[in-house]
Ligand binder design. Structure first.
Ligand code: Z5A
Length: 209
């Protein structure tokens, strides 16, 4: 019998993932579901330590292969320590980014070979797959302007050139084109309430279905 679900909210930088996840969580809780909100890189004590290393703006020399392995290591821990146990107890896990981010950023944007990314994702996921990847799609120039308006220091990835972030955006769209059952693309340039309402429709379809 099926137990929990896993919903991923991913996409362009500053597209509104954190904001939309809060709304999805409130919606599911109001319907009596037990939820776990988490993020990548991160979600566990070890994953959050890896996050500090991989996003630190003071170490731009981090090489692409080490970057890839750090994201994969955080994911391996996240799946085994947090996601599988939560789903086994019937909870709905909502994650800010997951495996598709590695395909977009480390393959499409960074240029590492897709078979290497797939191998590391397979090792990290160990046969596990999320139920749906909601992709909030936005021009990265708008996303970075939104992030900048928070007045926080940009992380190592956010400091990449717009061209890099545009390649990552195209990577999400290419993955969604190839696998429309696993991906739902939402236009994140709409007013926030419309983005939230589109995301909740996707979630209701998955959780009810
Ligand atoms: N990464 C990777 O390379 N490989 C991997 O495998 C993984 C990740 C897992 C993680 O950063 C970085 O790691 C990420 C990919 C890489 N970096 N890049 N580049 P992150 O996910 O923590 O950070 P982020 O992508 O830059 O997201 P963010 O800053 O947390 O933004 P967000 O969660 O998408 O947006 P938000 O905080 O909800 O909203 C941003 C602002 O916009 C806020 O003031 C909102 O009120 C506003 N907002 C939101 N929606 C709207 C709409 N619709 N209209 C107007 N304003 C809005």
């Amino acid at each position: 019998m099926r137990k929990g679900y896993m919903i991923v909210c991913d996409g362009s930088n500053g597209a509104g993932k954190t904001t939309v996840i809060k709304a999805i969580d409130a919606h599911l809780v109001s319907r009596g579901h037990a939820t776990v909100v988490t993020r990548e890189p991160g979600g566990t004590v070890i994953g959050e330590k890896i996050r500090e290393v991989v996003l630190c703006p003071d170490t731009p020399e981090l090489c692409a292969t080490a970057e890839l392995m750090l994201f994969a290591a955080a994911r391996a821990q996240h799946v085994r320590e947090k996601i599988i146990p939560a789903m086994a107890s019937g909870k709905i896990v909502i994650s800010d980014r997951f495996d598709a981010a590695t395909v977009s950023f480390q393959h499409y944007a960074r240029g590492l070979p897709l078979d290497l990314i797939n191998l590391l994702n397979d090792i990290a996921l160990n046969g596990f797959k999320p139920d749906i990847n909601i992709i909030l799609d936005l021009d990265p120039a708008i996303g970075i302007a939104r992030v900048n308006s928070r007045g926080e220091r940009l992380d190592r990835m956010e400091r990449e050139k717009l061209e890099f972030l545009q390649k990552a955006r195209n990577g999400y769209l290419a993955q969604a084109d190839r696998d429309p059952k696993r991906f739902a693309v939402i236009d994140a340039s709409q007013p926030l309430e419309d983005v939230i309402s589109d995301a909740i429709k996707v979630v209701d379809h998955i959780v009810a279905g």
